[in-house]
Design a protein around this ligand. Structure first.
Ligand code: PMP
Length: 348
């Protein structure tokens, strides 16, 4: 599919900014008005006085090896949140185009649309919180540019059907699959498909399994056409040297990520069992993520009770199609025990 018919005309025509470090990273660098004398901070020999590599070469190369995917298909953002925003900027004309999101889902798709003044069309997930193909197909019109999907979905926790996602990529729209939680699912996700299909974008993050939420780094896998567009519209130096250094370190520590993932999955199973034994917990959604959503009769009261005990979970009961649900992240064994014990003490 030629995706150019979905790209905003001003973005197609855009002559991007060419930054100094685009052409030269070495030499007597007198081209970027940096401070050649050095930096007031010395950290890991990183030459913080120089702008970082705008092409993100080192981290893309390393990730490319790890995922066995071409570097040309990889892009890093300041969290996957930045990539969500950039995709809307690339494809959606403000106050003209539309985006489909499937509720209940991650809130930033709508917020980014609202910021960019792009209309959101809400299509509910089905009763199993999977994609409702028919409803989506009915909601699409010639102004629809992007469908945002989240798999495993936040806040329901489940993987979406791959077959249905692939079916949606046959339509003349960009399909974005947010795989922030894929490391906790027994599934390899859709990154390989995103290399093949020109209108499929998969986003992932270092904020969850890798334990690097404080660093702000995420990446996308997409066709080289879409990846080039992301490079075209991003701010020149979105990934700084400190982030880049941490990500390289992280990618060399894959085993530690795996240890975290295994422990979190083990604890997830334990909490699921514990929740099952609490009489006022009406429903527990099976989770492929690092959190569990569960339904209670009085979500606000349960939330406030836990909060008063210093245990902070997320009240998601106001989301579309999700009334009564609370969401708890899987913590350490101690934190999880505290959560379960206090929850058991709730007297509604
Ligand atoms: N996608 C989903 C589904 C999320 O739940 C979150 C954060 N909670 C993000 C993306 C944001 O990820 P990042 O930290 O990479 O911006």
């Amino acid at each position: 599919m030629n995706i150019n018919n979905l790209v905003r005309e001003n973005i197609l025509k855009l002559k991007p900014y060419t930054s100094a470090r685009e052409s030269h990273l070495n030499g007597i660098l007198l081209d970027a008005n940096e401070n050649s004398l050095g930096s007031v901070v010395e950290l890991n020999g990183l030459e913080l006085n120089r702008y970082p590599d705008p092409n993100q070469n080192k981290i893309r190369e390393k990730l490319s090896q790890l995922l066995s995917l071409p570097k040309e298909n990889l892009f890093f953002g300041v969290g996957s949140d930045e990539i969500i925003d950039l995709l809307i900027k690339i494809f959606c004309n403000p106050s003209e185009d539309e985006v489909i999101i499937c509720e209940p889902t991650y809130g930033m798709y709508k917020v980014c649309c609202d910021i960019n003044n792009v209309r959101v069309c809400n299509v509910l997930l089905d009763l199993q919180y999977d994609i409702d193909l028919l409803k989506i197909k009915n909601a699409i019109n010639n102004k629809t540019k992007i469908i945002f999907l989240c798999s495993p979905n936040n806040p329901t926790g489940n993987l979406l059907s791959k077959e249905k996602i692939i079916e949606l990529t046959k339509l003349n729209v960009i399909v974005v699959v947010d795989e922030a939680y894929i490391d906790f699912a027994n599934d390899e996700g859709l990154i390989k498909h995103a290399v093949e299909l020109s209108n499929l974008v998969v986003t992932r993050t270092f904020s969850k399994a890798w334990g690097l939420a404080g660093v702000r780094a995420g990446f996308s896998v997409a066709s080289s056409e879409i990846t080039n567009l992301l490079f075209k519209v991003k701010l020149p130096y979105n990934i700084n040297k400190l982030t880049s250094d941490v990500i390289l370190n992280a990618l060399n520590n894959f085993e530690k990520r795996n240890l975290f993932v295994n422990k979190i999955i083990e604890e997830r199973k334990r909490i699921e069992n514990e929740l099952n034994n609490i009489p006022f917990v009406l429903k527990i959604l099976p989770s492929d993520s690092n959190f569990i959503s569960f339904k209670v009769e009085k979500p606000k009261e349960v939330f406030s009770y836990l909060e008063s005990k210093g245990i902070i979970i997320r009240d998601r009961s106001n989301q579309y199609n999700f009334s009564g649900y609370l969401r708890v992240s899987i913590g350490t064994t101690y934190e999880n025990d505290r959560f379960i014990n206090e929850l058991k003490n709730f007297k509604g």
